[in-house]
Design a protein around this ligand. Structure first.
Ligand code: ACO
Length: 204
């Protein structure tokens, strides 16, 4: 039986649950717990700075016991690149020194992401799709229309802020999420064959 899940704005007490969901959906949408020794490192890249810096564009799904999904958005990826660098990644790097190039573990690669920060794509379409997002639901919350509901909550917040469009990146190993985005009306902006797609959604 489906349980009712409530969609509401992010609150700081949700942060640990969001990091956990980030990890549990990190393996092309499947559970990534076994891939990482450090359970925080991926959340520091894909969850923490969004929640800390752009909380009005973050929403969660919860039942009476726990948070089971989130959408994390930023309205202006160029501004987020600057702010996340100044207020997040530059502070984290001393805690996460780079590991040798020869280390191909997921932990080492996540550290490289922290050192790369979150630069905005330098591309002609950025002015039309300046926002970006990450969305993850635990398996118990998937397939019930809740991913669409989270997306619509973010779209409404972005429209209120006057944002013309939103982009996202999805790995080639996650065709299910890719098909979900196309079904919702996203179109392809860029493709790196066999690696990832960049998709865009027009909010006007
Ligand atoms: N192919 C075609 N249509 C689909 C698919 C699919 N694979 N999946 C969902 N849909 C359709 C549904 O039928 C539904 O249609 P309708 O609203 O017209 O009736 C609509 O899309 C919405 O489906 P939801 O039930 O809301 O989808 P769900 O709640 O499962 O959310 C999501 C999809 C976000 C991919 C979820 O399954 C998930 O979190 N998966 C694991 C983590 C993940 O892969 N996250 C994406 C990472 S990439 C990134 O964040 C940018």
């Amino acid at each position: 039986p489906l349980r009712p899940l409530k969609l509401r704005p992010y609150a700081p007490a949700d942060l640990a649950a969001i990091y956990d969901i980030c990890l549990r959906t990190a393996d092309a949408g499947g559970d990534g717990v076994k891939l990482y020794q450090d359970p925080w490192v991926l959340g520091h890249r894909y969850a923490g700075p969004y929640a800390a810096l752009e909380s009005e564009f973050c929403f969660v799904l919860e039942d009476s016991e726990r948070v089971e999904g989130y959408i994390l958005g930023v309205p202006d990826s160029a501004r987020f690149a600057r702010e996340s660098e100044a207020k997040w990644f530059s502070l984290l790097r001393p805690l996460y020194p780079l590991l040798p190039e020869t280390d191909k573990s997921e932990d080492a690669q996540a550290r490289r992401l922290i050192h790369a920060g979150c630069p905005a794509p330098s591309t002609a379409w950025l002015s039309q799709y300046p926002a970006h997002l990450h969305i993850d639901l635990l398996p118990s919350a998937q397939g019930q229309g809740l991913g669409r509901a989270l997306m619509e909550a973010l779209w409404a917040a972005l429209r209120r802020a006057g944002v013309p469009g939103v982009h996202l990146g999805v790995g080639a190993g996650n065709p299910r999420a890719h098909a979900f985005y196309l079904h919702l009306g996203f179109t392809e902006l860029e493709k790196v064959e066999g690696r990832f797609w960049t998709l865009g959604y027009d909010l006007r």
